[in-house]
Design a protein around this ligand. Structure first.
Ligand code: SF4
Length: 295
């Protein structure tokens, strides 16, 4: 059986890029927990863990994983915690792990906006250097239909504020989020918001429906019509075609994606578009070309 030095409160999620990081649960669940497409924490009631419990986990992890260089603070949006609550956690991490490379967590734009620039700087100086933000779309209408609780402007403002202090962001967009009806506006406005904020990392996931289509349709406030795989590729192509960014590390290699893509944008834009073009024109939808085929 797989051994972990602490008992995690399941279910537990982390971004694919944090696969080799130690995970510390600072909060349980998601403080928002209302996004129409998200079932990650619907089985958990949001709760802030006591500092004693968090410190005990940090000590135990430090004992077993001595060389740890990266820590991910879970769950859903641990960055919702006030600076007053985050500082002792980061202090303890620094005390127990010595020189850590980076601490990261999921965040909502509103979690960033609720902190002053001085507070963000204090957190960054203590090692919190990367925030994962599922903005999902840049389209104002779609943001409302999925109950994201954010707007185009709040998203831009939150991300810009973090960048100004030197905290990097990793932004997630969901391919297929609005179905056939909202596909074009979703692709174009998502590209527009990414162009405005120019994050360090960008990833696209594909909408997954773990409880089935009807369940999602009931939670989605608009008319949701599921896209075919080719329509999803076309939406992704429109999104990437409209990106004008600098040195953004792009990944589309989540288990939900129909085709793995990666590159640096906008430098590799043509290659990614060529690959999507090939996938769109593929007559056998079970076999898509791999990036190594054309690189
Ligand atoms: S904020 Fe994130 S974790 Fe919370 S419900 Fe929305 S997508 Fe899920």
């Amino acid at each position: 059986m797989f051994f972990t030095p602490i008992a995690y409160d399941e279910p537990l999620f982390r971004p694919p890029a944090e696969a080799r990081s130690a995970i510390v649960q600072a909060t349980l669940g998601c403080s928002w927990n209302q996004c129409a497409f998200c079932e990650m924490y619907t089985s958990k009631k949001f709760r802030v863990r006591s500092i004693e419990d968090v410190k005990s986990d940090i000590s135990n992890i430090a004992k077993y994983y001595k060389g740890t260089k990266k820590i991910f603070l879970a769950d859903g949006n641990a960055f919702v915690l006030s600076t007053k609550k985050l500082v002792p956690i980061l202090d303890e991490i620094n005390k127990k792990f010595g020189k850590i490379q980076r601490v990261s967590s999921y965040a909502l734009p509103k979690d960033i906006l609720s902190k002053s620039e001085q507070e963000l700087k204090e957190l960054k100086d203590l090692g919190l250097k990367l925030l994962y933000i599922g903005i999902e779309t840049g389209d104002e209408e779609l943001l409302k239909l999925i109950h994201k609780g954010e707007t185009f402007n709040s998203t831009v403002d939150g991300i810009t504020k973090a960048h100004k202090i030197g905290i990097d962001t990793s932004i997630m967009i969901i391919n297929g989020l609005g179905g056939k009806v909202y596909s074009e506006q979703h692709a174009l406005k998502s590209a527009e918001i990414i162009n405005k904020v120019n994050p360090k990392f960008l990833s696209t996931l594909t909408l997954s429906l773990p409880y089935g289509l009807e369940h999602f349709q009931n939670r989605f406030e608009g008319y949701y019509q599921q896209q075919t795989i080719v329509e999803l590729f076309k939406e992704l192509r429109l999104f990437i075609k409209n990106l004008e960014v600098e040195n953004v590390i792009y990944r589309s290699n989540h288990v939900s994606n129909n085709i793995p893509l990666q590159g640096t944008l906008s430098k590799d834009k043509d290659v990614l578009l060529m690959l999507l073009e090939k996938a769109i024109n593929n007559t056998d939808p079970g076999i898509f070309p791999s990036q190594s085929d054309i690189l």
